[in-house]
Design a protein around this ligand. Structure first.
Ligand code: C5P
Length: 224
């Protein structure tokens, strides 16, 4: 039996990967499966929290006992997360948010031309939702958690990213062959703004989810 140590809390989790439309049939996307975010949402619900899961393009059925908001793009994900975060005790950004989106949306399908040429796609920056959440906390003491997938210098890059984003916890994954995207397993180090570093051995995403909530718990504001 799981202890209801998150009872009375509202937590927000984002999951999946945003898709940035180019025209009615094409988008720029990424390989996030959403499994880690769903594991986080289910674990928090099992521990008694009210959970809002903001989901982008996972195709995973809505978990029982979780409020799910379905979005497509980074701009939509930002809106939904900021709205849900207004009364949240903790926000965990597990979604892979596109850093860029096409500058223009073509209302008709982009066509090939007879001259053999190819279009150039101009991109613009998307808002950094995690940095924004951390900088403008909706409630004093709201705990903000990010994820970072790194390919090299995992710890050094993770520590720099934790400071840059201003979040309380950053779950740093090494992205590799059998790890992270689409896999059932994950291996990570959770970096905290107070300097604590918690290694999480290679194992199921459910185990990493429990460790994240274990680390969020002592950082939650005391009033509920
Ligand atoms: O900068 P990077 O994409 O590596 O940061 C990853 C973390 O930042 C994740 O928690 C992701 O959800 C969040 N993020 C965001 N908005 C973006 C890009 C990433 O909230 N535009």
């Amino acid at each position: 039996v799981t202890a209801p140590d998150l009872a009375g809390r509202h937590v927000v989790v984002s999951a999946g990967g945003t898709r940035e439309p180019l025209d009615p049939v094409r988008y720029l996307g990424n390989r996030s499966s959403g499994k880690q975010g769903y594991a986080l949402a289910k674990a928090a619900a099992a521990r008694g929290a009210r959970v809002t899961l903001v989901e982008a393009n996972t195709g995973i059925p809505d978990p029982a006992g979780v409020d799910v908001v379905h979005v497509g793009t980074a701009v939509q994900l930002r809106e939904a997360v900021l709205k849900a975060a207004a009364d949240a005790d903790a926000v965990v950004m597990a979604a892979a948010v596109a850093d860029f989106r096409p500058a223009a949306y073509a209302p008709g399908k982009i066509k090939k031309t007879d001259d053999g040429g190819a279009p150039t796609i101009e991109l613009v920056r998307n808002p950094d939702i995690l940095a924004e959440l951390a900088a403008d906390r909706a409630l004093p003491g709201q705990v903000v958690v990010g994820f970072a997938a790194e390919t090299d210098d995992v710890l050094a890059n993770g520590r720099a990213k934790l400071r840059r984003k201003g979040c309380d916890l950053l779950v740093v994954n090494e992205v590799g062959e059998r790890k992270t995207f689409g896999s059932e397993e994950n291996e990570a180090v959770v970096l905290a703004s107070d300097g604590a570093e918690t290694p999480v051995p290679y194992g199921p995403k459910e185990a990493l989810a429990e460790t994240v909530w274990d680390l969020v718990l002592p950082r939650l504001r005391s009033t509920i």
